[in-house]
Design a protein around this ligand. Sequence first.
Ligand SMILES: [Zn+2]
Length: 602
Amino acid sequence: MNRKIILLLTVSTGLPHVAAGQSTATSAPVTDISYEVTFTRPNADRRLVSSAMTFTVGGTAPVILSLPVWTPGAYEIANFARNISGFSAEEAGNSLSWDKVDPDTWRVRPRGAGEVTVRFDYQADSLDNAASWSRPDFLLFNGTNLFLYPEGRGLDFPATVSVNAETGWKIVTGMTSAGPRRFAASNYHDLVDMPFFVGQFDLDSAQISGTWVRFATYPSGSVTGGARVAVWEALKRVIPAEVRVFGEVPWTTYSVLQIADLSYGGGSGLEHQNSHVDVLGPGMLGTPVLPSLYAHEIFHAWNVKRLRPSDLWPYRYDQEQPTPLLWISEGITDYYADLAEVRGGVINATEFYAATNDKIAQVAALPPTALEDASLSTWIHPRDGTEYIYYPKGSLAGFLLDIIIRDATDNRRSLDDVMRALYNTDYKSNRGFTSDEWWSAVSRAANGRSFTDFYARYIDGRDPYPWDAVLPLAGLRLARDTVNEPRLGIGSLQDSTGLHVSEVVPGSAAEAAGVKPGDQLLSVGGFSADDPTWSAKFRAKYGHSPEGSPIPILVRRNGQELALAAKLHYVARVESRLAEDRRASAKARRVREGLLRGTILP
Ligand SMILES: [Zn+2]
């Protein structure tokens, strides 16, 4: 994404994941392309945004126009064309005939040389940072939702966008201003990589690393006073730490676009080349997750928006674009988000170890999954829990590689050298990087050391990571304790109607008692599921009871209350803790300090 799903409780939108298919037709040439987006109070009342595309044609040959099926960064087919209504085309006041070539492609038949305008309405009611969402005084839109492109004519065409909105409403976008409420892009990739906020929202800006950063928040008043000061403090710490990795700021201005809404569970961000969009549930504001989310999305301005796997270069908009290297784009980005926080002083070393340990625990709790496989699979959202494993596991791969490179060079080089080298060669040459280029850069940084075995076991393969061999090189150790805990074996989701069973672990106490996915949990062991502390109370009450002790469970299924009888079952869990090793060598301490401070040598 990409998108960083912060809480595993985030509920899928359930969109059908059907690729619309690529069109093989080629459009007649079109020139002088401009777009007009209209969002006024009457639009807002109907949650519709109007999009118009105007261009010049040279004759009667059919013009074939497509809408993207996905927004880069959000690696899923979203079929935006399903939100379109009222499609029409006209030339010199006459309506033109049109039909569809495929589910997201329209064929328009001009009457002759002249100026053609194509119009449609778009349902802006999806609270998703890859989509479009409106309120009575506000619109978020992504260009992938509203801007058609001519098929088979390349995507290097320049275009302008005019926005019609109520007087007094604000507009924020990463696009270059070309006049009042008018913006310009030199190609389609940039055009659809710069989402818009239109309406009434809070906006301020500050200079960071020599460029202007803007912070736009909807609804007005959602981030004020000390909370807003804290956001700016975090941005002023993490951005310079990230700039130091690459040695340059890639944007002229950067916009953080943030929506907080009661209806949203969890939080997610979606990156762009000079902005990102965060959508947050109400519980997220003011939490330590936010600086981490900002650091992740902003690091993407280098890693994936510019330095990008060759499978994703250039972006294509008509079908899935899988790459086995998404763990580099997402996982390594997540590693650098943690590094930016500790190097910038947002968190301390102990908190960095705790964040890393959380990732180790997340990966340990999931089925062994190769990073390359998980990277490819994200498009189909696997349901075995590994859908987003390439974030924590990819981040840990970055941590291992960083330690190995620093150890091999006595802290003269680091993963930073790999990132900077690829950025300066591949991205600056307008191309993506290949797997070979990545591993060559890693090997070069590590004084020529071979990573063939590392790749086979930990990236292409499913072997557990070699913590006990690698951590001591950075003066760290992973302590492990086995704890026995009473476990029911259910996964649950909270929504406005209550706590619902999302998953029943095979062989668990809950399965034996007859608990089913979809049940609403009313009480467990006598504790009401409405009580947010019920699971802690459950553990306190049953944590020392004998195996097999009775546990009453009350659920609601198909409108009926059902009393189920479970038996207490203990499950062994390995708890790990990442910590500094007091006996670390001077060299290992150099590696550790270099990694935490973003420096090489002592
Ligand atoms: Zn990401």
